[in-house]
Design a protein around this ligand. Structure first.
Ligand SMILES: C[S@@+](CC[C@H](N)C(=O)[O-])C[C@H]1O[C@@H](n2cnc3c(N)ncnc32)[C@H](O)[C@@H]1O
Length: 317
């Protein structure tokens, strides 16, 4: 497997309009995440945007996930350059494949879609659980097959949530959607074009001060797994291993280092006593996310989150 070695020089497909056998030519689309991601920020961007610096950015994103803010900024021509990192091999591999081998990925997804949709409800469920059981650490697969597996599972699992157990095995159940759109070639094409300007690195957040320096970045967005607001609401198992209170404190040390380097940053997290205390030296703003299980239009159904920045006198914003 060549996971960690994929670079700009490994590109095999030009980022042009892709097509799948069963659909008409791909339409030009605004770049957007190509995966539905637990904790994805797409719907919160209007509330985060006012806290971002103005102008063109030498941009970094330390917890990429679905990359909602990166795709938004790319779609608004706000980026001079970008460095996108995540600890997850699957997240890194999927973005690298979308950037470098979009047509091969679409072709592989088409195979999975054809096989899946050909079955009745029980056969589809069996196909999903067979695909889920093929863990990349245990079954040999190409980087394209690995990315296609991730997207297939993401598009057919319950609620589209990518969740892993403590062994790092994807464990969301089957979604039983009548006609899931598994290929989504136009979305992959638009994301691929946006990603051409990005370097992708599989990295722990602790590497960020050095990465920001090496890549000459002037702004970093950090969206870690959220600190649980209570002992029972631990909703941060995106990747095996979780994200401890100690990791949140170490992340605050990274924020201090970036600040000392003059790098502007914005961070998202849950709104709770722990985060209010942890970030007391920075600017803390409150935003509201719609509760997924409760679609009340008023604020009573919403969950408070914090947007934290190091905006201060002397730092261009
Ligand atoms: C809240 S999600 C990011 C969501 C993203 N902003 C979006 O809009 O889709 C958090 C991400 O942090 C990654 N992650 C978890 N622990 C990490 C670590 N120690 N270093 C870097 N990334 C980590 C997870 O793999 C996950 O993709």
């Amino acid at each position: 497997m060549q996971l960690a070695t994929a670079t700009h020089f490994d590109r095999q497909d030009p980022p042009i309009a892709l097509d799948s056998r069963r659909r008409s030519p791909a339409k030009v689309q605004t770049p957007a995440p190509f995966m539905k991601w637990a904790g994805g920020k797409a719907r919160l961007i209007p509330q985060i945007e006012p806290y971002l610096p103005q102008g063109q950015l030498r941009y970094g994103e330390a917890f990429l996930g679905g990359g909602a803010l990166f795709f938004y900024l790319a779609g608004h021509d706000r980026l001079d350059t970008a460095l996108l990192t995540d600890l997850s091999t699957d997240v890194h591999n999927a973005h690298t494949c979308v950037r470098d081998q979009p047509q091969a990925l679409v072709d592989q997804l088409q195979v999975y879609e054809d096989e899946y949709l050909a079955g009745d409800a029980d056969e589809r469920a069996a196909y999903f659980y067979w695909m889920r059981s093929r863990h990349p650490a245990e079954v040999e697969m190409t980087v394209v097959e690995r990315a296609a597996r991730m997207l297939f599972l993401n598009r057919t699992c319950f609620n589209g949530l990518w969740r892993e157990n403590s062994k790092g095995h994807f464990n969301a159940p089957h979604g039983r959607y009548p006609q899931p759109n598994i290929v989504q070639s136009a979305r992959i094409s638009a994301a691929s074009q946006a990603l051409q300007q990005a370097a992708l690195v599989q990295a722990d957040f602790r590497a960020w001060p050095q990465l920001a320096k090496d890549h000459g970045l002037d702004f970093v967005y950090l969206d870690p797994p959220y600190q649980p607001v209570s002992a029972t609401s631990s909703f941060n198992a995106y990747s095996g291993g979780g994200f401890s209170a100690r990791a949140q404190r170490e992340l605050n040390d990274v924020l201090r280092e970036l600040d000392a380097m003059g790098v502007r940053w914005v961070l998202s997290n849950s709104d709770c006593a722990f985060t209010r205390d942890l970030y007391q030296e920075w600017n803390i703003h409150t935003i509201y996310a719609a509760r997924q299980v409760n679609s009340k239009a008023d604020r009573r159904g919403d969950v408070a989150e914090v947007v934290v920045t190091n905006r201060r006198t002397g730092l261009r914003w």
